[in-house]
Design a protein around this ligand. Structure first.
Ligand code: AR6
Length: 209
C-alpha cells in the first residue's frame, strides 16, 4: 500500500493522525507518496529487487527476521554469506536471494540498544541511520528499483520502536529526496503495534498532499 493509498484508506482500527503544519518535518512531496509504501506481513514473501535483513556482525543467520530469511532462502544464502567475512555495525552487504521471491538480500547490522548515556544513544542513532543509508546506497549502486526494509534493531536488539521509526522515515525521506532512481521503498512491519507507530509518524516525514 503506497502512502497515498494509506492516507486515502487508513486502517479501520486506527485513524491516521492528522499532523499540524508545525509538526511536519518536511514539506509535501507528492511523488514520494507514490514511491514509498507501508506493508504488514512476512518480508520473506515479498517479490522485490531486494529485502533488507536485520543481521548480526557474523552475517551467518540467527533468530528473528534473519532466521526467517535464511530458512526461506535455503543453504545457498548461508554459503554466500560465509564468503562475506561479516560486517560492522551500520554496514550493509548484498547477496542473491536464492529460494526467496526477492532477487537480493541486503544484510545490515543494526546496533544493540542499551541506554547508558546521551552520547551512547546518539551513537546508536548514527549507526541505525547508517544501516538504512548504506542499504539504500547499495541498492542504487546495483541499479535495483525496489527495496523493502524490516524494522531494523527493534526486535532482539531492543531499539525503542518510536525512535527507530523516526530514524527509518527520516533517512529514507532524506535519501529519496536527492535520489530518483529507486521506484519503490517499502517499510515492512510485523506487529500491529509497529504498524500503528509507523502510521502515526509517517505524516511527519511524508505529509499528505
Ligand atoms: N518479516 C518481517 N518482519 C519480521 C519478521 C518477518 N518474517 N520476523 C520478525 N520481524 P529482529 P534485530 C520483525 O529481532 O532486533 C537475529 O538473531 C520484528 O518484529 O529480527 O535487528 C540476528 O541474527 C522486528 O520488528 O532483528 C541478530 O543477532 C524486526 O523484524 C539479531 O536478531 C527486527 O527484529 C538482530 O536483532
Amino acid at each position: 500500500q503506497t502512502l497515498r493509498q494509506l492516507f486515502k484508506h487508513p486502517s479501520p482500527k486506527y485513524t491516521l493522525a492528522s499532523i499540524p503544519k508545525e509538526k511536519q518535518k518536511y514539506p509535501v512531496n507528492g511523488s514520494l507518496l507514490d514511491r514509498v509504501s507501508l506493508w504488514q506481513g512476512d518480508i520473506t514473501k515479498l517479490q522485490v529487487d531486494a529485502i533488507v535483513n536485520a543481521a548480526n556482525k557474523r552475517l551467518l543467520g540467527g533468530g528473528g527476521v534473519d532466521g526467517a530469511i535464511h530458512a526461506a532462502a535455503g543453504r545457498g544464502l548461508l554459503e554466500e554469506c560465509r564468503t562475506l567475512n561479516g560486517a560492522e555495525i551500520g554496514e550493509s552487504k548484498i547477496t542473491k536471494g536464492y529460494n526467496l521471491p526477492a532477487k537480493h538480500v541486503i544484510h545490515t547490522v543494526g546496533p544493540i540498544y542499551s541506554y547508558s548515556s546521551p552520547e551512547d544513544v546518539e551513537l546508536k542513532a548514527k549507526q541505525l541511520t547508517s544501516c538504512y543509508r548504506t542499504s539504500l546506497e547499495l541498492a542504487v549502486k546495483r541499479n535495483l528499483k525496489q527495496i523493502a526494509f524490516c524494522s531494523i534493531s527493534t526486535g532482539i536488539y531492543g531499539y525503542p520502536i518510536e525512535d527507530a521509526t523516526d530514524i527509518a522515515l527520516d533517512t529514507v525521506r532524506n535519501f529519496c529526496e536527492s535520489d530518483t532512481s529507486l521506484e519503490q521503498v517499502i517499510f515492512v512491519v510485523w506487529s500491529d503495534k509497529d504498524k500503528h507507530v509507523y502510521e502515526a509518524l509517517i505524516p511527519e516525514y511524508f505529509p499528505p498532499d
